[in-house]
Write a new protein. Structure first.
Length: 234
């Protein structure tokens, strides 16, 4: 699904924010991307989804280059940032319709309301987004991502701001989504969730991949948390 080869990105032309990143995300993967603050997670993700250009390397989505054919690549992905910005004076339901129209997905009221009930947003979809809490905005963008059924979900800290019930719902949805042959690449600081949810994981440290493999390989002799702390032990 996604191939990242020798990705290098510098913001100032001097120091690399990420350097020589190599990752493969395959069909059916729930791939966790973990690291300390400032390690390069969000930079890598923004390069992957076409928000940031990069100095060196190549990223392909289903064989297409994000540099050479960005629209085709983006049409197969849904991206949610760590702090989703939504049009404040748009109603929740209008935001959903807007996202569906971008991806040329027909509006299905029954399907939309089913998702809304799952996230407990059915009573507020007619309200302005400006009245939503951070958690409600997070639920709304998650709904919009799942509704147009992309082949790839790219999520930056998707569990931030979600209550325990919504967190449980999202984990179940991610498992069902991957079981259909789709792929998920997401960053998180919640290592316990990553260990239980992911089949693959990569640890990034100071802009470089410090460890990468299946969850079984990474946790063969310790928990993901213990291994992560060992990798980041100064």
């Amino acid at each position: 699904m996604i191939t990242i080869r020798n990705l290098t990105k510098s913001y100032d032309g001097k120091k690399n924010a990420v350097e020589n990143i190599n990752l493969d995300i395959e069909s059916g993967d729930i791939f966790g991307f973990v690291g300390l603050n400032g390690a390069g997670k969000s930079t890598t993700i923004k390069c992957l989804v076409g928000i940031l250009g990069f100095s060196e390397g190549e990223i392909t989505v289903n064989g297409r280059s994000i540099k050479e054919d960005p629209i085709a690549c983006k049409s197969e992905m849904a991206y949610i940032s760590d702090n989703p910005e939504i049009y404040a004076y748009m109603r929740g339901i209008d935001f959903i319709k807007f996202i569906l129209s971008i991806y040329k997905t027909p509006y299905d009221k029954d399907k939309v309301m089913s998702f809304a009930r799952s996230f407990e947003l059915d009573d507020v979809l007619g309200n302005l987004v400006s009245s939503y809490s951070h958690g409600m905005k997070q639920k709304l963008v998650l709904m919009s991502a799942f509704l147009h059924e992309p082949k790839i979900l790219v999520l930056d800290e998707p569990f931030v701001g979600l209550d325990p019930k919504a967190t449980h719902m999202l984990k179940s949805m991610m498992q069902e989504y991957a079981a259909k042959g789709n792929s998920i690449f997401f960053s998180t600081h919640v290592l316990e969730v990553a260990e239980k949810l992911c089949n693959k994981v990569a640890i990034i440290k100071d802009g470089r991949i410090a460890a990468c493999g299946t969850m079984e390989e990474i946790t063969v002799s310790s928990s993901l948390e213990d291994y992560f702390l060992e990798v980041n032990n100064e």
